[in-house]
Design a protein around this ligand. Structure first.
Ligand SMILES: [Zn+2]
Length: 219
């Protein structure tokens, strides 16, 4: 944790009806704006999540690099007191359920997953299972490699998204060389993903790769 590179400011921002305070956390590359005005008990958690975003945005961008792509320089985190579910990200803004954080205060990997969506910057239309799989690939392979993983069974599918797809991507790269994720990412980012890319990159179709992967399952 390189806190010495970070500058934390408390800046007042005027909104339409009332003055709200956002915590601004900056490195020389990225700024996180953390808004816990509607969940003030999460101010410290929010600051730590903002610091995570500032540190990991360039790292995730390096993992998901593509020609000419410049990663977002600003990320906003808003803690929503009424939101059901966990979190979502759109247009540089991560919205997180305050209730979820209170119930799962140790889940920093969720922030890394959502931050990956900010860095992905994919246009609409890509397959959701792969978009979510890449976000969890960053999370479980790079951000929290020590965390427990689900036990996959033969009932699973690569289209299950999230950790199942993430573990499949990791296995494919171990079997067929690194570069699959970065190449799929590059295609997704310009709206040119096709299932045929798996064969062009690895020599095997996604269905054949999955069939090989399932042979490693113990049940
Ligand atoms: Zn997601």
């Amino acid at each position: 944790m390189k806190f010495r590179f970070l500058l934390i400011l408390f800046a007042s921002t005027s909104f339409a009806e009332q003055s709200r305070t956002v915590t601004k956390i900056s490195s020389n590359q990225v700024t996180a704006l953390v808004d816990t005005n509607d969940a003030v008990d999460l101010k410290e958690w929010g600051s730590q999540a903002g610091t995570l975003c500032v540190e990991w945005c360039p790292k995730i961008a390096a993992l998901l690099s593509s020609e000419g792509f410049l990663f977002p320089k600003e990320v906003t985190l808003y803690f929503d007191p009424a939101m059901k579910g966990v979190a979502h990200a759109a247009d540089g803004k991560i919205t997180i359920s305050a209730a979820y954080v209170r119930a799962h205060p140790d889940d920093r990997g969720m922030v890394a997953h959502e931050l990956t969506h900010v860095v992905q910057s994919y246009p609409a239309g890509g397959p959701g299972w792969l978009v979510e799989g890449i976000a969890d690939w960053v999370r479980i392979v790079h951000f929290e490699p020590q965390a427990a993983r689900p036990k996959l069974t033969r009932l699973a599918s690569y289209k299950d998204a999230y950790k199942t797809t993430a573990m499949f991507l990791e296995w494919c790269e171990k079997q067929h060389g690194a570069g699959l994720v970065v190449n799929l990412n590059a295609a997704l980012r310009v709206g040119k993903y096709r299932d045929e890319l798996w064969k062009e990159i690895t020599g095997k179709s996604v269905d054949n790769l999955w069939a090989d992967f399932t042979k490693t399952f113990s049940n």
